[in-house]
Design a protein around this ligand. Structure first.
Ligand code: MLT
Length: 261
């Protein structure tokens, strides 16, 4: 079911080639601050808050990865961006990137996949997500901060950079319970993309934090090996939140893709 269009809150900075930054769950555009500041010097950086997150309109029920992808295409329309974009997605942002590639291929110049995966949830993981969605609706987004926060970062980041962890905690606590539940339900029913990776025909950069425990290096390396001509970069001193934990290394990987275009 397609949901009615909503205007997403968007940071739109810089000029030139559009670089669309798609945040992970349960976050907002602020996770990309280290990319926005640097890359807007050479690109037009578009960093939306997805439906149900940040300052964008709230969501309810289910928001599928396909719907999020269509929301991004609608946002590009509203911004008058017709030229193909470089889409950079982290984790859930990567799940959305696959659907953008399937549904809006002509609008895509290249992909950057950060700390994500191609497979669908197992039945057990999907059941767990649905249960978490109900719990978040009952108890609020603090449930997500309690269960996710530690796993998002490399151990050294958690120990030595409490301000970064606290900023992400604040973002999670400010997330709408209904929006988070809708995205959890959407992730639980997402497609397995593994068999389609060989058909990806845009330049692709895959990045993974060295200490990512959610989408580990070995899994992302396997993903990258299935995408013809992709480049794979391990981001040192970072966990799942590699763009936030080591922006310089992630920006260098994005720049190296931009140079290939
Ligand atoms: C994310 O960072 O977007 C989440 O870890 C994705 C997920 O829960 O699969």
């Amino acid at each position: 079911m397609t949901l009615p269009e909503v205007p997403l809150h968007v940071v739109d900075q810089g000029g030139g080639r559009p670089l669309l930054l798609v945040h992970g769950f349960p976050l907002d555009h602020s996770m990309w601050q280290g990319q926005i500041d640097e890359l807007a010097l050479e690109c037009r950086v578009i960093a939306p808050d997805l439906r149900g997150f940040g300052r964008s309109p709230d969501a309810a029920g289910v928001v599928t990865m396909e719907q999020f992808a269509d929301d991004l295409a609608g946002t590009l329309d509203r911004l008058g961006i017709r030229s193909p974009v470089v889409l950079c997605g982290l984790s859930m942002g990567g799940y959305i990137a696959w659907q953008f590639w399937r549904r809006h291929r002509v609008r895509l110049a290249a992909l950057v996949l950060c700390d994500t995966r191609a497979g669908a949830d197992t039945a057990e993981v999907a059941r767990g997500r649905l249960a978490t969605a109900e719990r978040v609706l009952r108890e609020g987004p603090g449930v997500l901060a309690d269960t996710m926060l530690e796993r998002l970062f490399a151990p050294a980041t958690s120990a030595q950079r409490p301000e970064l962890v606290e900023a992400v905690r604040r973002t999670i606590l400010n997330t709408s319970a209904a929006g988070a539940a809708a995205a959890l339900r959407g992730m639980a029913e997402r497609l397995d993309m593994t068999d389609q990776l060989g058909q990806i025909d845009v330049p692709t950069q895959v990045v993974c934090g060295q200490y990512d425990v959610i989408s580990p290096v070995v899994e992302m390396q396997a993903l990258a090996s299935r995408v013809a001509g992709s480049q794979f970069t391990v981001i040192p001193d970072a966990g799942h939140m590699s763009p936030l934990e080591n922006p310089a290394a992630v920006n260098a990987a994005i720049r190296s893709l931009l140079r290939r275009l």
